[in-house]
Design a protein around this ligand. Structure first.
Ligand code: CU
Length: 136
């Protein structure tokens, strides 16, 4: 009888540990989330050049909100010291992935049709490394 009680306690304990291990959707390394910056035409920067950087622990695309015309090509440049990617969010109307960009490397992608496209760095998405492109 006592053994049975101990087994029950152990079972409940395991259940609690398993519950704590659950990950939250939209966070963590390599997660294609859709939480990229909400940009408007008025607050987006008109440019086709974006830097991916990591100075002082800030993992950012600069500018994080850009606007371009359809048919234009955006070029990302890794100006940091770590590897970054420019990867379209899941559910994005356009799919692209730079793969690993070493410091100094660039990646270009041409956006053919109007739309709003969110993207992220697969390594640093959980640290807020996200961007949005408005194609007009
Ligand atoms: Cu990164």
């Amino acid at each position: 009888m006592r053994n049975r009680w101990i087994l029950s306690i152990m079972f409940i304990g395991l259940f609690l540990i398993a519950g704590c291990g659950k990950s939250t959707p939209g966070s963590g390394y390599g997660n294609n989330n859709n939480n990229s910056p909400v940009c408007t035409v008025s607050n987006a920067t008109a440019t086709t050049s974006v830097s991916a950087s990591d100075s002082n622990g800030n993992y950012v695309f600069t500018p994080s909100c850009i606007k371009i015309s359809s048919g234009q090509t955006v070029t990302w440049t890794n100006t940091g010291i770590m590897i970054h990617t420019a990867t379209s969010d899941s559910g994005s109307p356009v799919t692209f992935d730079s793969g690993n960009l070493s410091p100094g490397q660039t990646f270009s992608f041409t956006f053919a049709a109007p739309g709003t496209i969110g993207y992220h760095c697969t390594y640093h998405v959980s640290l807020g490394m996200k961007g949005t492109i408005i194609v007009q």
